[in-house]
Ligand binder design. Structure first.
Ligand SMILES: Nc1nc2c(ncn2[C@@H]2O[C@H](COP(=O)(O)OP(=O)(O)OP(=O)(O)O)[C@@H](O)[C@H]2O)c(=O)[nH]1
Ligand SMILES: [Zn+2]
Length: 380
């Protein structure tokens, strides 16, 4: 199934996919695939075992529904995700097939609350990740810190599929529904206090406040994350402007009876670039990585000033962390939040390690078994 009506970005000189993030680097990584006739494309949604992939079509773009059997894997880190670049084989008379999944530049991954240590990739190849937080209810700073750590980990880890693992996506905090509160600036200051170096915006879809700044802060590819009801879909519609109709048309033709809550969808923004709207996240477990250190960079800076490099920051003499807690430069809340996330991270890492160790053992057993069957000597 294909759509010739899918919106395109009409800068005549540019590649038709440039609005979707296509650049020289992608062109280069696709060169082998394109020489054998595969189409480069970006995944705009994944559902019911198929993915919708936007590909170039002359000067415009169209969306293919492609089969993913060739790249299917039991590893959740390698599941095709909205935002992925893929090489598609357009089979005459048949369903297009994804033949390759390209290494990712960034991947937003959370741990899921299953018995095994499993991860879920939420969005890939995004330049910015906007953490949406509603001002309508009390702002939970700890939750924002957790989201920030998650975003800071988006440039590292297995989910990049051997990607270069360069910079993480840039975090943004978007405080929504400003029209419902009178002290938005006050809350913004509090949030800035826990988000060193991060842009914190105050917006309202109702009054349009802050929307221009949001547009300016979201060039390229942006993912929206946050709790259900944070106003992500509303922001998506506003940023998509005239394209919203097209998105809804696409929905009505393509996705009858789908479960909206589980889908992640990429939509083009009116001012250029694309947005990935993710469903509301109730749990946002960290998935290891260095993100925590980055989200709490000032804690790391303090720890570096402790007299002992292996300082436990409890009662050691010359502990800069304790000193900062005493004089109020570091708030107790912030410190406890850091410790809590650190414990959580360590626990996830241990689960992951245990699982990896078990998998290695299993693999080793099967290798040993095949050696036995082959009659070759087994070295112990
Ligand atoms: N007053 C006010 N209400 C808003 C604003 N933005 C969104 N809302 C309302 O907040 C509710 C939730 O907005 P959504 O955009 O559906 O929130 P969401 O984050 O996409 O929620 P999920 O799709 O469940 O993840 C809706 O009733 C919106 O109309 C705003 O700026 N001001
Ligand atoms: Zn210390």
């Amino acid at each position: 199934m294909s759509f010739s009506t899918f919106p395109t970005f009409s800068t005549s000189a540019a590649h038709p996919l440039s609005g979707y993030g296509w650049d020289e680097e992608w062109a280069e990584s696709f060169s082998l695939h394109t020489t054998v006739g595969l189409l480069p494309g970006r995944v705009v949604r994944v559902d019911r075992g198929l993915c919708s992939v936007v590909v170039a079509d002359g000067d415009a773009v169209r969306v293919l529904r492609a089969d993913m059997a060739d790249v299917s894997t039991p590893d959740p880190m390698r599941y095709v995700c909205t935002g992925d670049w893929v090489a598609v084989d357009e089979i005459p008379g048949g369903r297009p097939a994804v033949r390759a999944l390209m290494p990712r530049r960034t991947a937003l991954v959370r741990s899921t609350n299953s018995k095994r240590s499993e991860a879920q990739v939420l969005a890939t190849n995004v330049d910015q990740i906007a953490i949406c937080v509603s001002l309508a209810s009390e702002v939970d700073l700890g939750r924002i810190e957790r989201f920030l750590a998650l975003v800071a980990s988006s440039g590292e880890g297995e989910a990049l599929l051997g990607g270069t693992g360069r910079a993480a996506a840039e975090p943004l905090v978007v405080l929504t529904k400003a029209d419902l509160v009178s002290d938005a600036e006050h809350i913004r200051a509090d949030v800035e206090g826990i988000a060193p170096g991060v842009t914190v915006l105050v917006v309202s879809a109702e009054t349009g406040e802050g929307m221009d700044v949001l547009r300016a802060c979201t060039p390229g590819s942006t993912a929206l994350i946050g709790q259900s009801g944070a106003g992500k879909s509303t922001l998506t519609n506003m940023l998509a402007e005239a394209e919203v109709m097209t998105v809804q048309q696409t929905r009505s033709v393509d996705e009858k009876g789908r479960h909206t809550t589980t889908a992640r969808e990429m939509v083009p923004m009116a001012h250029g670039g694309v947005l990935i709207d993710t469903p509301g996240l109730r749990e946002v477990g960290l998935f290891g990585g260095e993100g925590l250190a980055q989200a709490f960079s000032e804690v790391g800076e303090l720890a570096a000033e402790c007299r002992f490099h292996n300082c436990g920051h409890h009662t050691e003499p010359g502990c800069a962390v304790q000193a900062a807690l005493e004089d109020g430069t570091l708030s107790q809340r912030r410190w406890e939040s850091y410790l809590k996330l650190q414990r959580e991270n360590a626990w996830i890492a241990s689960r992951t390690d245990a699982r990896l160790a078990a998998e290695r053992l299993k693999k080793w057993k099967s290798i040993t078994l095949s050696y036995r069957n082959s009659g070759l000597p087994i070295k112990r």
